[in-house]
Design a protein around this ligand. Structure first.
Ligand SMILES: *[C@@H]1O[C@H](CO)[C@@H](O)[C@H](O)[C@H]1NC(C)=O
Length: 189
């Protein structure tokens, strides 16, 4: 039996893709990030595509699934930030001469805020999973305000945040924006 030609295979795949589209599943990361960026100018399209694409759930996810992926990525980043902050506080405790007390206070505040952020993103995941999108959006917005309070703690002391904190914070702001924007697409497509 002759093997089907590549053209026939591609046509078959294309019609499958159309069926998927009609069923409303398997929204691509690119399509969803593009729609989110058109709706909300704060969304960094390149960040959205690269970070959501890394997740194993993304290839088969619809828009709701991608909002959950964004929340999950937010949980992971916040958890990693808590670890970074614990390491910084441990190092500060033995540093000679001791660091400025304002640095230690700002690090402690950030550790608490990132812990709360982990819970906020986890809550956003759960609410989105339960299709309560307005509650999910609120929790993603809570995550955004928590990271701003962390960076604000350093700004008030007139100090730059240490590099890992600055990096985690920039990441947290972006993923919270992506999560909020995709959830907004679910609320009003
Ligand atoms: C959605 O979540 C909010 C806040 O947790 C809650 O007050 C509301 O009852 C929930 N709505 C539904 C339909 O479950």
């Amino acid at each position: 039996m002759p093997r089907p030609s590549r053209a026939l295979l591609m046509a078959a795949l294309a019609s499958l893709a159309t069926l998927h589209g009609l069923a409303g599943v398997g929204a691509t990361v690119e399509e969803t990030c593009s729609a989110a960026a058109s709706r909300d100018r704060r969304v960094d399209y390149g960040f959205c595509v690269s970070e959501l694409s890394k997740h194993r759930d993304s290839p088969s996810a619809d828009a709701c699934g991608l909002a959950k992926v964004a929340a999950n990525v937010g949980v992971n980043n916040a958890g990693a930030a808590v670890n970074d902050l614990e390491a910084l506080l441990t190092a500060a405790a033995v540093q000679q001469p001791p660091p400025d007390a304002r640095v230690t206070a700002a690090l402690r505040l950030c550790e608490k805020l990132y812990y709360d952020m982990e819970l906020a993103f986890a809550g956003a995941y759960d609410e989105t999973n339960a299709h309560n999108y307005t509650a999910g959006r609120q929790m993603a917005a809570d995550a955004d305000s928590l990271v701003r309070r962390c960076t604000g703690g350093f700004a008030e002391a007139g100090l730059p945040p240490p590099e890992p904190v600055a990096r985690r914070s920039a990441y947290a702001v972006q993923i919270a924006i992506v999560c909020t924007a995709i959830t907004n697409l679910l609320i009003s497509p």
